[in-house]
Write a protein that binds this ligand. Structure first.
Ligand code: ZN
Length: 165
């Protein structure tokens, strides 16, 4: 287990499309373990393989700190509704922007043993799944953020608080 270096915006690897995983290997298992370590260490809720420089369709997510989720070759099969809110990314450190996402997502993926499963998600988990799957297509959330909404995280939430007053 090890912490890997997180690639940041401007690194061309983050703009590339990732390749499907055909079989689980010791090397990929190690990658998945390292991705969890790296994500928890950076206090993120999700991480995609290209963010640590590997162009494979692998994502790890944990929105609660207690529900580690591995998604291999994931695919969104259904979406419903809409949520608009602040979103950040470990590859765009210290920044937050407003992004509209579906409020409900149904996805199919393989687990770390390459067994297929289906997951239904709402709210933050739905947002995280959409965000991480975008990484596999070489897309960053800043491309779909509300224009002008990208700013330092601290400032972003100060402004949100102001709006609520
Ligand atoms: Zn991200």
């Amino acid at each position: 287990m090890a912490i890997r270096n997180i690639r940041t915006m401007g690194d061309p690897i983050l703009t590339k499309t990732c390749k499907p995983v055909k079989e689980m290997t010791p090397r990929l298992r190690e990658l998945i373990d390292d991705m969890f370590d790296t994500m928890y260490e950076a206090e993120g809720v999700g991480l995609a393989a290209p963010q640590v420089g590997v162009l494979r369709r692998i994502v790890v997510i944990d929105t609660t700190g207690e529900d580690p989720l591995v998604m291999i070759n994931p695919r969104i099969v259904e979406t419903k509704g809409e949520q608009t809110g602040g979103e950040g990314c470990l590859s765009v450190p210290g920044k937050t922007a407003t992004v509209t996402r579906p409020d409900y997502v149904k996805a199919e993926a393989l687990d770390a043993d390459m067994r297929p499963y289906e997951i239904e998600a709402t709210e933050l988990l739905a947002r995280a799944i959409c965000h991480e799957l975008d990484h596999l297509e070489g897309k960053l959330y800043v491309e779909m953020a509300q224009p002008g909404s990208l700013m330092d995280t601290e400032l972003y939430y100060e402004q949100e608080e102001e709006k609520e007053k």
